[in-house]
Ligand binder design. Sequence first.
Ligand SMILES: [Fe+2]
Ligand SMILES: [Fe+2]
Length: 438
Amino acid sequence: MPTAPSRPAPSASSRMAAVNEMTRLLRLLFEVERDLVRTLPTLVYRVGEPELKYLLCQHVWESAGHARFLRERGRELTTFGTTDAVREPIRRLFTEAVGAATADPLVIAAGFYEVLKPALLAAYRHYLEVTDPLADWPSKKLVEDFVADEERHLREIAPHLAGVDAREWKLHLTQALDDLGGWLGQETRLPLAAGYVWQQDLTPYTHPATCNRAPYPVCSSVFGLDPREDPIVRPWLTDPQTDARVIRLMVYVWLMMEMDAIDYLATVFYDTPAAPFDLHHDLARHLWDESRHSQFGFRQLPKLGVDLKTVEHSLDLYHILVQMPPHERYAMMTMEFEANSFPTKATVMDRVRELNDFEADTLLAFDRNDEQNHVRYGHRWLPEMMAMFGEERPTEEFVAATREKFNRLAGLYGGRTPHSLPREQRLTGDKLRRIAGI
Ligand SMILES: [Fe+2]
Ligand SMILES: [Fe+2]
């Protein structure tokens, strides 16, 4: 009896073709979210409006969450891959989207929010269309949530971009995206014109030397010793004679000025392109935490009678730290500023408790809890960041040397921002006493 004609044995990959195809798309989505987290923070210190800074920090954190859950799901699927690497065409497009340091930051924001993120939303919707809703239920649930997030991000940003003319820049990015056929290659590809010029090849991006706080007045520092000059009078914070209502106002100014931390921490993502995703994930959390801490002050001060237009914003820390490489910036932040803030803040918290202000106690307690996590992040990631930049000294030695370098640079780049407002107009310690009713 003739034997049946033998068929070639199917390979393992063709047997799993349906899974592998969806895994390929999940991998692309992960890489897009992951590189968005690397690049979107460059807008934080370039835009001035605090509400927009806060919103960007929140979106960076949510993107980090998307990337994390995509990777977690992806790792259940064998062909997802084990590295965090982002393929070159995706990386190139996000690097392009960062634009030039001299560009209007709202135009750059329109590139992200009116080209790249809508394309990401389209990619998620495509995923839902082509996947099997029952077989791939675990991915479907995630992607449905992400679609809702992306739709909300576009709604939330819209008021900030109303009236911004970004047609030329959006066309520039759209052409690069069309060359890929969308993030998943799901659209017809329109190859780039021969004359297309990548801006990143002409002028690589560098951080601006100053951060944007418009429309608010600025100064070098909000901390000082003279109640006629500065709002946070250092000795008052720990002086038992200081009225608790004044301490509460001063700590809200202090919290609001964590805007400094938002601005300089946001510079670290772009400067560490080789970082593992987990590092950027924790930086994104750190960034979002600081943006909430700053909001504690920004939202509470007006309720207590402070006109925010009289509160000058301090620029020294950004000015000094942006002169240092990213691992030194991160070392100063986590190992110096944050690690050393606990004793004074503890005294402040005890004084504020005298006021029976449950909201203030709550905000300060969460701030303290978050800050403890930030110091933990520092211990976890500083050695890795040091290794990335070839720093071989023991961590403690490196931190000590960095502290000295910071002090040296403070002499060069600190104290250079004159007060925007005369002392009669700006918020000072004396004014806080008056506002507190003393
Ligand atoms: Fe903070
Ligand atoms: Fe912090």
